[in-house]
Structure formats: structure tokens, C-alpha cells
Design a protein around this ligand. Structure first.
Ligand SMILES: Nc1ncnc2c1ncn2[C@@H]1O[C@H](COP(=O)(O)OP(=O)(O)OP(=O)(O)O)[C@@H](O)[C@H]1O
Length: 324
């Protein structure tokens, strides 16, 4: 478990992280998203003390890392793998040698290294590329090498800083699938810093939004997308749809399930007068598919619709226009 408590971080006079509090459970995949310069990478780097922090604490499995000396830190960092956007591979060395590097530093015996490399290269699907050089690999394959290298230390935590930002959509998808399968097989905790909302949607259990150094929202991904906060809308570049004062406006949004899959058909059966679907959106998340309909309907139909939605346990938000 990672526990971040009242974390404050400064560069000179400038405060970069402002009273961050966050607990990350074992085996969780959490995504940290925010605008450029918000403090995402700095926060990630505080988790293994690549960056020191002035105030607050970071506990890894109950152990405070703030005051650890160099040797103690090395021990903790063994449990925390890190992967970056740029892969950090040595081009003149083979894939085998690139993966072997941390084990060589730690003084493992050659046959131990051999066995481990066989194991991790199978996990990331690179067992036939060990003799290649990085330049012979695609971006996605290079990131797999970086992940394999991190896995040689049997990490309990994987910190990923924009690990798919340099990849095309197909390679991004394959790396995200790999991370998901690693969590399933090894119960690794994964913290992902990203500016790509698709990464958050596809694999994260929770999303943490950081704005100007403050953690402004931490929520389960499905809940965050069912009822988007102003922060999330801002990151998505979405604007609120203007309300039409002649209608009641309702947003119906839920995870798809047996109960609500034919919601529009059902509404048609219940509503007397015409209604307007102003926007419809379908989002795939790690928790399932979310639908969202923004509907204008007559005042007469509002009560019937709300009753239907309540009865069937379907989420909705009635936009209160107030008394104009
Ligand atoms: N070594 C440093 N010295 C001084 N200021 C720094 C240093 N590193 C980062 N900063 C500043 O800290 C702030 C947060 O940087 P950080 O890299 O954490 O943001 P980020 O959210 O990861 O941004 P991006 O998405 O662009 O990578 C920025 O204003 C940045 O300029």
C-alpha cells in the first residue's frame, strides 16, 4: 500500500505539490492526470524519492521513505519499478543485456539472470527478440523491454510516467493490455501519470486529477465518467450544453447492464410528447461501457420519466434551471 499524507513539495520558493493526500491499495491501477506543469511527474517521483519532498510523508507498506538513507532507499526502490516515455534503453546492447542490467548491478549470478530473463521476457512476449538490438524493435516492443527490465526486480509497484505517450494507438493498446495482465498475474500496484484520457478509461480503477499542484478529485473511473466534474470536463475540453428554457433537461448516464440497455426504447414507451436527444455519448472504461444521453423533454413528461428511472435504478441528473 502507498500512503501519501499532507505532501508538500517546493522548488525554491515555488510550491509544486500542495497538501497531497492519497492512499493507493495493493493491486490497484490508478491514473494521475492533469494539465502540463500541474505536478504529475513530480508527485510520481516523490513515491520512490527520485525527488525529495520538504513536508508530509510517503509510506510504502507502512514504511516512511522520507528519512531513508541511500542504502535503505536502494532496498525500497527494488520493490518499485519505473518506466518512462523514452524507454531508457542502451542502443548498442542487445535486448537481453538491456533487461539484464539491473540484475548485473545487484550482482546476480549468470544462471539466475538467464532464468529471470526467460521468465520476464515470456511475460512481456519478447522471448524471440532477446538477441536483437533496440533499433530493430517497434516503440511498443521497446516499452516491453523497459517493462521486462523493471520486472526482473519482482517489483510490487510499477510507476509509469507517460509510458504510452510516444506510442501509436495500436502499441498503446498492447502496452495497456500488458499492464492489465501483469496486475492480474502478479498483483502489482500500478501508478500511471498520463495526459491521455484513453489510458485512464482503459485500464485505471481510479483517476486522480491534479491541478496547480493540488489533488482536486480522486474517484472510481466509472463514477467519474458517469457524472463528470468540471475538472474532468476541462481536461476533456468539453463544454456544458446550453439549456433550452422551453424544456426540462435531464442527463441519463450509467454503466450498461441488462436493466438499462434499451433505455431509449423504454423511454419512448413512457413519454407522451416528443423529446430531443441533444447529445449521446458512449465511453468504454475498465469497469464497463458507460452511456450518456442528454435529453430535453416536456414538463409533463418529467415526472413519469424520473419515476421510471428511479424504479429501474438508472442514474440521472435533472438540470435545475432555477426559477427564471
Ligand atoms: N527540477 C525542477 N526545478 C524547478 N522547477 C521544476 C523542476 N521540475 C519541475 N519543475 C516545475 O514543477 C512544475 C510541475 O512539473 P511536473 O513535471 O511535475 O509537471 P507535469 O504535470 O508532469 O507536466 P507535464 O505533463 O508537462 O510533464 C512545473 O511548473 C515545472 O516547471
Amino acid at each position: 500500500m502507498i500512503e501519501i499524507k499532507n505532501l508538500n513539495k517546493f522548488y525554491g520558493e515555488k510550491q509544486i505539490l500542495k497538501n497531497i493526500n492519497l492512499t493507493i491499495e495493493d493491486g490497484e491501477i490508478i491514473g494521475i492526470i492533469g494539465e502540463s506543469g500541474a505536478g504529475k511527474s513530480t508527485l510520481l517521483n516523490c513515491l520512490n524519492r527520485l525527488e525529495d519532498f520538504e513536508e508530509g510523508s510517503v509510506l510504502i507498506d507502512g514504511k516512511e521513505i522520507k528519512y531513508l538513507n541511500y542504502n535503505q532507499l536502494k532496498g525500497i526502490r527494488k520493490n518499485i519499478g519505473m518506466i518512462f516515455q523514452g524507454f531508457s534503453l542502451i542502443n548498442r546492447k542487445s535486448i537481453y543485456k538491456n533487461i539484464a542490467m539491473p540484475m548485473e548491478c545487484w550482482g546476480y549470478k549468470p544462471d539466475e539472470i538467464d532464468m529471470k530473463i526467460l521468465e520476464v521476457s515470456k511475460l512481456v512476449g519478447l522471448e524471440d527478440k532477446l538477441k536483437c538490438k533496440p533499433k530493430e524493435l517497434s516503440g511498443g516492443q521497446k516499452q516491453r523491454v523497459a517493462i521486462a527490465r523493471a520486472l526482473t526486480q519482482n517489483p510490487k509497484i510499477l510507476l509509469c510516467d507517460e509510458c504510452t505517450s510516444a506510442l501509436d494507438p495500436a502499441n498503446t493498446k498492447s502496452i495497456l493490455n500488458l499492464l492489465k495482465s501483469l496486475r492480474e498475474k502478479l498483483n502489482i500496484t500500478i501508478v500511471i501519470v498520463t495526459h491521455e484520457m484513453s489510458v485512464i478509461q482503459n485500464i485505471c480503477d481510479r483517476v486522480a486529477i491534479i491541478k496547480d499542484g493540488k489533488l482536486v478529485q480522486v474517484e472510481q473511473v466509472d463514477k467519474a465518467f458517469i457524472n463528470k466534474s468540471e475538472y474532468l470536463k476541462e481536461l476533456l475540453g468539453e463544454q456544458n450544453i446550453e439549456a433550452d428554457e422551453n424544456y426540462e433537461n435531464i442527463i441519463i448516464s450509467s454503466l450498461y447492464n441488462e436493466n438499462n440497455k434499451d433505455i431509449i426504447y423504454q423511454l419512448n414507451k413512457h413519454i407522451k410528447s416528443k423529446y430531443i436527444i441533444k447529445a449521446a455519448e458512449f465511453i468504454n472504461t475498465s469497469k464497463g461501457r458507460i452511456f450518456k444521453y442528454n435529453i430535453d423533454l416536456s414538463e409533463d413528461d418529467l415526472e413519469t420519466v424520473i419515476e421510471y428511472l428511479d424504479r429501474n435504478n438508472i442514474n440521472y441528473f435533472h438540470i435545475d434551471r432555477g426559477e427564471e
